[in-house]
Design a binder for this molecule. Structure first.
Ligand code: ZN
Length: 211
């Protein structure tokens, strides 16, 4: 977050706790400066949520360290789930033979930082393992594949309720959407039009479908 984000955050904090924000103008400027330096890597959304969690469990005025500690835990947890595989071939700008080229490094960095900030869900091992041996990828689904899939998931077997793909019947391991609830993006909770790969795998596993 930048200086403007910090000013917004402090403004919100001052609504719930008048002990935090300095009243003297010079002190306030120094405070904004210090918070902006401490919270440089933390997205504003996350900081706002961390402040809420802090006040849910503490009577003390919130400090930058209360936010950065939660941020570090979250990043560590996300990165521990990210298996770190990377397919440069999936990135049109990247020459897979130029592994140490700028585009490769930039794409790698972008992918990691998307996981750190929560923009992308971690690419988890089970999500990758679920794909191993799957001969037909979604992108190249053929009519035969679609027909075979329709036979595996006949319409009568679909759960009652909102129309949608059959995997909606199971809880999503990626975003923890409950049965018959749509998948959501992990950070902002935005409803996704599709479903997470691991949810399709979970459905296939529960229904004994050989992927
Ligand atoms: Zn999901």
């Amino acid at each position: 977050m930048d200086t403007n984000d910090v000013i917004r955050l402090l403004g919100e904090i001052s609504l719930v706790d008048d002990r935090v924000v300095k009243t003297d103008t010079a002190e306030q400027r120094a405070q904004v400066h210090m918070w902006a330096a401490a919270l440089r890597d933390v997205p504003l959304d996350f900081a706002g949520e961390a402040v809420g969690r802090h006040y849910a469990g503490s009577a003390w005025p919130v400090m930058p360290k209360d936010i950065t500690a939660r941020w570090r835990d979250t990043v560590r947890e996300r990165m521990s789930r990210q298996v770190g595989t990377f397919e440069p071939a999936h990135h049109p700008d990247v020459d897979p033979d130029d592994q140490y080229g700028n585009a490769y490094v930039a794409a790698l960095r972008a992918g990691r930082s998307a996981v750190m900030t929560g923009a992308d869900a971690p690419r988890e091992l089970r999500e990758l393992v679920g794909r191993v041996g799957r001969t037909v990828e979604r992108a190249e689904a053929t009519e035969g594949y679609l027909a075979a899939k329709a036979a595996l998931f006949p319409k009568a077997d679909k759960p009652a309720g909102p129309a949608g793909p059959p995997e909606l019947a199971v809880e999503c391991p990626a975003c923890e959407a409950g049965p018959n609830r749509p998948c959501q993006s992990v950070q902002r909770g935005r409803v996704l039009s599709g479903t997470h790969g691991s949810r399709r795998d979970a459905y296939a596993a529960q229904h004994g479908v050989v992927a």
